[in-house]
Design a binder for this molecule. Structure first.
Ligand code: ATP
Ligand code: MG
Length: 274
């Protein structure tokens, strides 16, 4: 039995492949329902308990629920995968404490590992993990290697003993290939939140029988432009102006621009409620 994990910029999924070839997805509670797409986000709050300050954190749908319910909003962190290739972003300040990007990602991956493990009735310690052809912001192969090493470190912190990486668009080809009764040369497009990846792959029964070789992957390419860029444009051009961005307000006889934090807080609330 093998575990496959797609740690996405926006959504993550965990699958279990049986020896028979049958595959099932982990399903996570979300707003009274179940979802196989776990939001790759982290929400942190500083809480004072018995006079001591502690930081509590939630991931995925629970993170969204706590964020929406909180009167004093804590720190909501999304699209962490997009920063893996950034050599200038090593860590961020979370309630006065420097926290590494790998530790933040590990917090989400740990929940995925434990929640999927409970559901599958097994301790998950190894997995095949997807990676984009090119990570967002990676300028060359060294940049992609750097990002993959950081992702592997996050999985190690989250309790994984062994992780094998597979290109996300190649992983996407597996299901299609299993339905084929003849060989084909296919172009796969994987349009995500952070990256859009494309691969030209030879697939079919012949390849399945003899086992895939690197030559079957004729070429692949990817760009760091995807859903996040599209969403940001919708928010900037349509949602923010409707909430007052770019307009003015009167404060103690002064005319001031509407502050950015005002529309930003509204945006996040509205997007999650939609
Ligand atoms: N219901 C929807 N209708 C249209 N677009 C959607 C919808 N839900 C999500 N999206 C878009 O899909 C994107 C997320 O896609 P997906 O879940 O495949 O990304 P991901 O796998 O997390 O990212 P990546 O593969 O880049 O790491 C979002 O950024 C959004 O733009
Ligand atoms: Mg994806």
């Amino acid at each position: 039995m093998r575990i496959g994990i797609d740690f996405g910029t926006t959504n993550s999924s965990v699958a279990r492949a049986h020896r028979s070839g049958e595959v099932d997805l982990a399903r996570f509670p979300s707003g009274g329902d179940l979802t196989d797409a776990y939001r790759s986000l982290l929400y942190l709050e500083q809480i004072t308990e018995l006079g001591r300050k502690t930081v509590k954190s939630w991931t995925g749908p629970e993170g969204i629920e706590h964020y929406l319910l909180a009167e004093n909003k804590g720190r909501l962190i999304q699209s962490l995968k997009s920063f893996l290739a950034s050599r200038s972003l090593k860590s961020t300040e979370v309630f006065g404490r420097r926290t590494r990007l790998e530790d933040l990602i590990a917090r989400i991956v740990k929940d995925l590992r434990e929640k999927a493990g409970r559901q599958f009735g097994m301790e998950i310690r190894s997995a095949v993990v997807g990676r984009p052809v090119h990570f967002v912001g990676a300028e060359d192969a060294a940049g992609d290697d750097y990002a993959q090493t950081r992702l592997a470190e996050a999985f190690r912190i989250a309790g994984f003993e062994s992780v094998q990486f597979e290109m996300e668009p190649v992983a996407a080809a597996h299901y299609y290939e299993s339905t084929l009764d003849h060989d084909e040369l296919i172009l796969i497009g994987d349009f995500g939140g952070g990256t859009s990846d494309f691969s030209l792959v030879q697939v079919g029964p012949t390849i399945r029988r003899r086992g895939r070789t690197p030559e079957d992957l004729l070429g692949n390419a990817g760009v760091g432009i995807a859903g996040d860029a599209f969403d940001a444009k919708i928010v900037r051009k349509l949602v923010s102006p409707a909430l007052g961005a770019g307009t003015q307000l009167r404060s103690m006889d002064k005319i001031l621009p509407v502050p950015i934090w005002y529309t930003r807080n509204w945006n996040a609330g509205i997007i999650f409620r939609c």
